[in-house]
Design a protein around this ligand. Structure first.
Ligand SMILES: [Zn+2]
Ligand SMILES: [Zn+2]
Length: 350
């Protein structure tokens, strides 16, 4: 039996490099040899034990690689040796949720998120891809691995914050938290035609990157009253606010910054209790919309986002700040989870 190197969640606080059998694809599946992957904030929640997964599970849900083997029925659109990405979310395309347009909730709540959640993920030499025909997205020749590294999750999620918020040409948009996802939400607001984009964070590196990704104004919440400043800059409130962190403070500020009729688009993962003070949303009568989104996946979503990178409409490379070998992932994780050295995203190569 062939084996491969992978990185697994062992117990809260502990990752380990492990040997695993190399996967063999069954009908409808594919095996991708991973050439580049990365670490997500969600992986940090998992390693800390804040989001429970099975001990021994291989983590990672951001795969870039080359098709190594195809199961029965996956061809002829794909071939061994083809460069592909796979979304963090791998919908089946056939269940109740998929056929009702909620692909990310495939099979039930959060069910479309399989890699590094319910099945082995991309922190490995090889990845088994379920429902391969719905999920393998070819990489055009002109693009490098790093050009498409953020597409499976971070770019798809961040952009969806602006899309779900229904950003229109000329809108004023506020994005709370300028980590990798918030920065992609900022870029998304710009792509969708917002005329005023306000990025909020406290980290000077992230505030500078916010401007680079399209923010007109970058606010440091430790220095200014963000709600008052947004009201002043927008003349009464933003059309769309995007929450990209998952805390009571950012959620509540996102609500308080909205104009009547505005939309709060929530991307953050919350834990514990989330409160909605009545005065922050006009006692519930302010015609506000609150929408939530889990990263959209599937090959057509991936194709659109790859096209956005290929056309030069979005340049992800400034967000990839560090590079590591898979064997050094514990070191990479330490850097990423402690946000040292201006880190945004790390490229990991098996
Ligand atoms: Zn992620
Ligand atoms: Zn489905």
């Amino acid at each position: 039996m062939e084996t491969m190197t992978a990185v697994a969640f062992l117990e809260p606080g502990r990752l380990g490099v492990v040997e695993r059998p190399k996967p063999i694809p069954r009908a409808g599946e594919a095996v991708v040899r991973i050439t580049t992957t990365t670490i997500c904030g969600t992986d940090v929640h998992i390693v800390k034990g804040e989001y429970a997964v099975r001990p021994g599970l291989v983590l990672g849900h951001e795969p870039v690689g080359v098709i190594d083997a195809l199961g029965e029925g996956v061809g002829p659109d794909y071939h061994v040796g083809q460069r592909v990405i796979v979304g963090a979310i791998t919908p089946c395309g056939q269940c109740f949720y998929c056929l009702n347009g909620s692909h990310s909730q495939c099979g039930g709540p959060l069910g479309g998120w399989r890699f590094g959640n319910t099945i082995d993920g991309a922190w490995a030499e090889f990845l088994l891809v379920p429902d391969a025909r719905a999920n393998l997205a070819p990489i055009p020749d002109g693009l490098s691995d790093e050009d498409v590294l953020l597409v499976p999750d971070i770019f798809s999620t961040g952009l969806s914050g602006a899309e779900s918020g229904g950003v229109r040409i000329g809108d004023a948009v506020v994005v709370f938290a300028q980590g990798p996802i918030g920065l992609c939400a900022t870029a998304g607001a710009k792509l969708m035609g917002a005329s005023l984009i306000i990025g909020v964070d406290s980290d000077p590196v992230r505030l500078a990157m916010s401007r680079r990704m399209g923010a007109d104004v970058a606010l440091d919440f430790t220095q200014v009253d963000v709600v008052a400043e947004v009201r002043r800059l927008t003349g009464g409130g933003a059309d769309v606010t995007i929450e990209a962190l998952g805390t009571q403070q950012t959620y509540e500020s996102a609500l308080r910054c909205l104009r009547p009729g505005g939309t709060l688009s929530s991307l953050g993962v919350y834990s514990g209790k989330l409160e909605m003070p009545y005065d922050a949303f006009a006692a519930g009568l302010g015609d506000h919309r609150i929408v939530t989104t889990l990263c959209p996946g599937g090959k057509e979503r991936m194709r659109r986002l790859i096209a956005t990178v290929e056309s030069g409409r979005f340049d992800p490379l400034p967000l990839i700040t560090h590079r590591f070998a898979l064997d050094d992932i514990v070191e990479a994780y330490d850097l990423f989870s402690n946000r040292r050295d201006g880190v945004l995203k790390v490229a990991i190569r098996p």
